[in-house]
Design a protein. Sequence first.
Length: 55
Amino acid sequence: MPIKPNCDCCQNALEEFGDISLSPPDEEQKVVKLHRCINCYEEVLAQIKTRYAKN
Ligand SMILES: [Zn+2]
């Protein structure tokens, strides 16, 4: 059975996968995995592109 998590960014049901972020490992080498929906992914991508455009 496929896992259906919620988007960790907007908390909506993750209908379509955008991307996954991994946190830096903590002192126990545990990594937090964050799922983002396609909408939040597009938003992040737009922000990155804007940032690069300024430089
Ligand atoms: Zn989202």
